[in-house]
Design a protein around this ligand. Structure first.
Ligand code: FMN
Length: 184
């Protein structure tokens, strides 16, 4: 059982990465093998919509660091996407990665493979109430659903403007643990 964490925060001492680590610790306690990919330092180009993938069994025509991520997504049993909220939505890093999953869209074999895998989303943010960006998170989850994945949890952990301040918030870390527990 493998759980893949995808961290899309660019900053050091990231709140959402800490929440993701906390979630994955719980998955590991339940026996899962866990891994975190930090997306920001990687080279991931935006989808070019050239439809190369449609003629090549979902292989993307771009040759960059997504190659490794595709492999890990295909091998994982559960995926937790972690993103700070940037202007009422996930980060550009997260959105770029999601768009690159277009190569799988419409491929029934991959839809079948993904139908056994759950995706959850963890976000951290500053002062905005959840209602301000809840629809965006549902939209991102819909993208995974369109590829065949099962929808898992979506949690938003607010009041985390400064780097690392989530580390003292036991109630929020408990919510992250629930995500790690539910993903498997
Ligand atoms: C470009 C940018 C846009 C942001 N937009 C929002 C926002 O719309 N709503 C909000 O509550 N916080 C917003 N924030 C604050 C971050 O969501 C918050 O600091 C988050 O916890 C950062 O996560 P990290 O520490 O994992 O990077 C924004 C921060 C940045 C840098």
């Amino acid at each position: 059982m493998k759980v893949l964490g995808i961290n899309t925060s660019p900053r050091n001492n990231s709140n959402v990465r800490f929440a993701l680590e906390t979630a994955l610790e719980t998955s590991a306690e339940k026996g899962a093998e866990t891994e975190i990919i930090d997306v920001n330092p990687l080279t991931i180009s935006p989808c070019q919509a050239d439809n190369y993938c449609k003629a090549n069994n979902s292989e993307c025509g771009l040759n960059d660091d997504m190659a490794d991520i595709y492999k890990k997504i295909e091998e994982a049993d559960g995926i937790i996407l972690a993103s700070p909220i940037y202007f009422f939505d996930v980060t550009a890093q997260a959105k770029t990665l999601i768009d690159r999953l277009y190569c799988y869209f419409g491929n029934e074999e991959f839809a079948k493979l993904f139908s056994t895998k759950k995706v959850s989303i963890i976000t951290t943010n500053g002062g905005a109430p959840l209602e301000a960006f809840e629809s965006s998170l549902n939209t991102q989850m819909q993208a995974f659903g369109a590829l065949g994945f099962q929808a898992g949890d979506i949690i938003a952990l607010g009041g985390n403007m400064l780097p690392g301040e989530i580390q003292e918030k036991e109630d929020q870390l408990e919510k992250a643990k629930e995500v790690g527990k539910n993903i498997i």
